[in-house]
Design a protein around this ligand. Sequence first.
Ligand SMILES: Cc1cc2nc3c(=O)[nH]c(=O)nc-3n(C[C@H](O)[C@H](O)[C@H](O)COP(=O)(O)OP(=O)(O)OC[C@H]3O[C@@H](n4cnc5c(N)ncnc54)[C@H](O)[C@@H]3O)c2cc1C
Length: 481
Amino acid sequence: MGIDVTRVPPARPECRPGCRPEGRLEVVGSVLRTMASQYPRGSRAVASHAVSSCDVCVVGAGMAGLAAAHDAAGRGAKVIVLEATRRPGGRARTVRPAWAGGAAVECGPEFVDAHHELLRDACARAGVTLVPVGGELYAYRQGELAPMATHPANDPADARLATAYWQRMSEIASGIVDADRPNDHPDARALDARPISALFDEVAAEVDAPPESRAQLGRFIQGVLGAEPEDVSALFVAQQAVLDSGGRSARVVEGLAAVAAHLAASLPSPSELRFGARVEHMAAPSADAPIELRTTAGATIHAGAVVLAVPLRALAALDCEPALPQAWRDAARDLRYGSLVKATLATPGVTVPGWAVASDLPTALAWQPGDGLVTTYTGAGRADLLAARTAREVIAQAADDISLLTGRRVAPVGGTWRWTPTSRRGGCYVVFGPGHVGAHWDALREAHDRIALAGEHCGRFTGYVEGAMQAGVRAARQLVG
Ligand SMILES: Cc1cc2nc3c(=O)[nH]c(=O)nc-3n(C[C@H](O)[C@H](O)[C@H](O)COP(=O)(O)OP(=O)(O)OC[C@H]3O[C@@H](n4cnc5c(N)ncnc54)[C@H](O)[C@@H]3O)c2cc1C
């Protein structure tokens, strides 16, 4: 159901009696931002510009929330974005450590795929530089480095199995006519009930592939989804396969945080973004009263509609009156997040061949995000093993592995970022397990009354920035007529 912005009650001039402005309120938005910079933080002048009611309140300023805010504001809604942390972008986080010589290092997402149009458009608007990522994939197996396609350790069964699997997967994927609606596949129920590991086993038996060839297929899922194949629905993998249209990915030289910062700063006035504003309570007393949101800093916002652009773990932690729809709570309970561990090291004079090297070493994959830097990227079980170690140990492991891959001794100088289910985020990104596409895919995309969900967990490109942004735009359009 949508709201017509022309019919939303006018914004209330002040928050409820007794409420205090957000702690360390920061207002991002053209005019308000300029004005705020002219006054000391917390001065009356800044506080008097605080807006306590709006047409649409967006909870979370990750890429989903930012896309939702822009879409709603672009069509005339007055938007307030409430972000728990002190920066926009959520999982899109870039640092510029001294050990990297001030170069942008991505702690989370890094690649912009060829067909990720919303993100590419945001990059163009932000004026950042996209550098294509390319070249051959190398493998380091049994102590030897060579292009993956011609590696001497390859068994002929590897290629036979890979060809048979991709043929089977493209046949399955052809049954998905609309990538937004995987449940319309004629065999949706049966496919969804099966873990992708069962399909691997089936195809491996058909082409008589040995366990090591079968294990290589598993590593592909571990790397891409951060999950073990037993925990992934075959229908979910097919839905992702529909979207994989090839083309070259790219990296953002300035880092994805620059794109998020531009989205945050270009939110048109009078819409605004507040940092340090963690929403803890939401009440929707009746259909004709505003929805009330309260932050841990004591602010109250009255909104005509709400986009909840937070990960499922954060959604489950919200205290809501009435409770959020059962279908959303079921999804938040059931869906799991994958595990990824990244480490980036200062590696002066070291070159990684091809675009990346996949290895049987503990850190799994390595690439070179820029001169003098190497990133290792580890998914699923191997990530959980790394995450159980200290940051210093992970960096030392990455240094050892990069030394083996490149034949140059690398010092353990760098940083590591652990995105595992033990962290408060719940992991790297959502994975639909067996039965979950049928149970939760459609429910997460349905708005309820004046509340809609956004985030990578409900985008077409699940697990990607593009999916987060696309879900944000959809949520805004569900709510703003
Ligand atoms: C290691 C790693 C590598 C990745 N690689 C890629 C890649 O190469 N390419 C790609 O496209 N994607 C990649 N991704 C996925 C991508 O990062 C996510 O899909 C996307 O960033 C998710 O955006 P989001 O807005 O849905 O969620 P988030 O980025 O998690 O944003 C949610 C926001 O909500 C805020 N929040 C939470 N609770 C509250 C609350 N109660 N009140 C107010 N605010 C709240 C959070 O602080 C956060 O800012 C990667 C992810 C990881 C972890």
